[in-house]
Design a protein around this ligand. Structure first.
Ligand SMILES: Cc1cc2nc3c(=O)[nH]c(=O)nc-3n(C[C@H](O)[C@H](O)[C@H](O)COP(=O)(O)OP(=O)(O)OC[C@H]3O[C@@H](n4cnc5c(N)ncnc54)[C@H](O)[C@@H]3O)c2cc1C
Length: 389
């Protein structure tokens, strides 16, 4: 789709979110029938599954093409779910598109893109297992004839309750991991407790998942055996960037709500919007929003050009995850008591955006990686000089 096409698509998404989703956004989260109706309407409006490949019924947008569209979708918390571009399904679609066999794509990607099933990505484990450091992976998969047997404990697995299938990361060698497609009905996989978290916007919760003598066929290997860490990168970069796009939409909506308040509120003989300290907060919001959008676009272009874009996506993820928190917080502040009430959605937004500084790589993990790449780049550009390590 060319630039004009994505522009008109993002305008249609904006209209759809404003007129169809926002008026019922509270009800969507509690009444599954409303979600079904909205998804039908999204298909009819041609805005469904923007990230999924066209041959699987999606709109097949590039990363750059998704930037505005997912930002518009994100302006309502259930917007991405309605449009079938929510986490973790959207990231799993990218992974399946690039790594799955044709048979796996038919079995898993097609129903996922159609919105007929949900999915989960199961990597994180309780300490001392995998978290920020994936090499601590404790879940194991061992060959048994033509099968694999997976054992381990996962937690904080988004969407696990009700997912049709799981992409499970398991250790298959001293330095090697493999991804497996595990169906929800597998007797070796149990979805346990919903871990109560500050946010509430993800369907299927953030759950504990136990794998106990979980037997799968060798056809369940996603990508090559022992290539799990490398193949996971195919998902991680794009998925952290699409998260940035959606959360930027939430931040922009918070900013819009705040602007609506400050232009009407009279204080000390002037509009709140015209008081200098308020203008400082408004301007900082504008700067954070514009800088976030620019960093997202830079990383999207790099990904579209075929780069892994690790540095660009780390920089964008770190900045945007922190900026959206600042934007929502300033918006809360300028709306006074209403800002922290549930008459406005701002307090809810504040809770929803906070975990983004932890998942998809905590800010500290990304800063660590960004700094190491900067130093390596500097050292590589100085022929004859040795690094200190
Ligand atoms: C709401 C939510 C949803 C999630 N969904 C999923 C999911 O669907 N699937 C999944 O597999 N996982 C999921 N996770 C887990 C998430 O990916 C992990 O929480 C994250 O990777 C951090 O791992 P950890 O919690 O084990 O923290 P730890 O690895 O113990 O890290 C703790 C803290 O250490 C600091 N830190 C990390 N690295 C460094 C460093 N290099 N230098 C200095 N400090 C550092 C950071 O502040 C970090 O927050 C989710 C988490 C949350 C909160």
């Amino acid at each position: 789709m060319n630039a004009n096409g994505t522009q008109s698509l993002s305008a249609r998404v904006r209209e759809f979110i404003d007129h169809r989703v926002i008026p019922v956004e509270h009800a969507v989260e509690t009444d599954p029938q409303i979600l079904v109706k909205l998804r039908r309407a999204a298909r009819e409006a041609g805005v469904f599954a923007p990230s999924a490949p066209t041959e699987y019924g999606g709109l097949g947008l590039s990363m750059l093409g998704q930037t505005d569209v997912l930002e518009e979708a994100g302006r309502s918390l259930p917007g991405p779910l309605v449009l079938n571009c929510a986490a973790p399904d959207e990231g799993n679609m990218t992974l399946l598109e690039h790594v799955a066999t044709p048979a796996q794509r038919e079995q898993y990607l097609r129903p996922l893109a159609a919105g007929d099933v949900r999915s989960a990505f199961a990597m994180t484990e309780p300490a001392p297992g995998a978290g920020s450091d994936p090499t601590a992976l404790a879940t194991s998969a061992v060959r048994d004839g033509d099968d694999w047997v997976i054992d381990g404990q996962k937690w904080f697995i988004t969407g696990a309750d009700g997912a049709g299938f799981f992409i499970v990361m398991a250790r298959t060698g001293a330095d090697a991991a493999t991804m497996f497609l595990v169906d929800a009905g597998n007797p070796g996989l149990t979805v346990g407790r919903h871990i109560p978290t500050i946010d509430a916007g993800f369907t299927g919760g953030h759950c504990e998942v136990t794998l106990e003598r979980c037997r799968v066929r060798s056809s369940a290997v996603l990508g090559e055996v022992d290539r799990g860490f490398a193949n996971a990168q195919v998902r991680l970069g794009p998925a952290r960037l699409t998260h940035c796009m959606r959360w930027l939409g939430v931040a922009r909506r918070a900013h819009e709500i705040m602007l609506g308040y400050v232009v009407d509120r009279e204080l000390f003989g002037s509009r709140l919007a015209d008081l200098g300290l308020a203008q400082h907060l408004i301007a900082d919001n504008e700067i954070d929003l514009a800088a976030s959008r620019a960093l997202i676009r830079t990383a999207a272009v790099a990904l579209d050009q075929g780069s892994r874009a690790n540095q660009e996506t780390s920089i964008a993820k770190t900045f945007v995850s922190e900026a959206v928190g600042r934007v929502v917080d300033r918006s809360v502040q300028l709306c006074g008591a209403q800002g922290v009430s549930h008459d406005l959605p701002l307090a809810r937004f504040l809770a929803e955006v906070r975990p983004f500084r932890i998942y998809d790589g905590a800010s500290e993990a990304h800063r660590w990686a960004v700094a190491r790449r900067a130093v390596r780049r500097y050292e590589a550009a100085r022929p004859g000089k040795r690094s200190h390590d």
